[in-house]
Design a protein around this ligand. Structure first.
Ligand SMILES: [Zn+2]
Length: 214
């Protein structure tokens, strides 16, 4: 195993939005989203540092198509902070849809970051809300704890994983995306756009096998 892939104290696994609503039969199902659960469970055992993110919206959230008269899911609107894709109602605070998948088994996770909690702004990224300027506080947490390399897994590859990776790189962290531990939703070519963006930013997509215990 390459030395750079040996997992240590400065490394953290960020597990993005593995919640019922993003899994099959959920309100905003990512195709085969639940396939990542056993992969992520296995990966998490390699890390002493794990952070979970949880999409966590109040009712009537701006990202819901139902909040905009005459609008349908997957249309894009111009919000005060820029373009915003509209989604079916999902991950409403306290609902079973917002709960983590029941088979997600990472009891040693040290932090759960809830995002999208402000009714008037969405948050794909675990580090910044969709205005790209309002921090969630995660970058500060990671820095204070001495974590420098972020390994990202979860849902959806082309939205919350993508924006988390971009923001983490922008914040000066070293970033890897564990591609087989992600699944995409693919709205208007968003999976291809994500691959192109990762290539442009030199964010490597790696396989979970590369992190198997040496
Ligand atoms: Zn959401």
């Amino acid at each position: 195993m390459a030395a750079t892939r040996s997992i240590g104290d400065g490394d953290v696994l960020i597990v993005v939005d593995i919640q019922n609503d993003f899994c099959p039969d959920g309100a905003l199902a990512v195709p085969h989203g639940d396939d990542v659960v056993p992969i992520v469970n296995r990966l998490a055992r390699e890390f002493s540092n794990v952070v979970l993110t949880q999409d966590w919206h109040p009712p009537g959230h701006l990202s819901f198509a139902s909040s905009h008269r005459g609008r349908s899911p997957y249309e894009t609107i111009i919000a005060p902070y820029g373009p915003q894709v509209l989604w079916p109602d999902h991950c409403v605070q306290g609902t079973s849809g917002a709960a983590f998948h029941e088979s997600l088994d990472i009891p040693h996770a040290g932090l759960v970051v809830r995002k999208g909690i402000d009714r008037a702004i969405d948050s794909y990224s675990a580090l910044y809300e969709n205005d790209r300027t309002t921090p969630t506080g995660l970058a500060g947490y990671l820095r204070e704890r001495g974590m420098r390399r972020l390994f990202l897994a979860g849902l959806a590859f082309d939205f919350c994983v993508r924006y988390s990776a971009e923001d983490a790189m922008r914040e000066g962290f070293t970033v890897f995306v564990i591609e087989d531990a992600c699944r995409g939703i693919d709205v208007d070519g968003s999976v291809a756009a994500t691959h192109a963006m990762f290539a442009a930013l030199r964010i490597p997509c790696i396989a979970s096998e590369a992190l198997a215990e040496s």
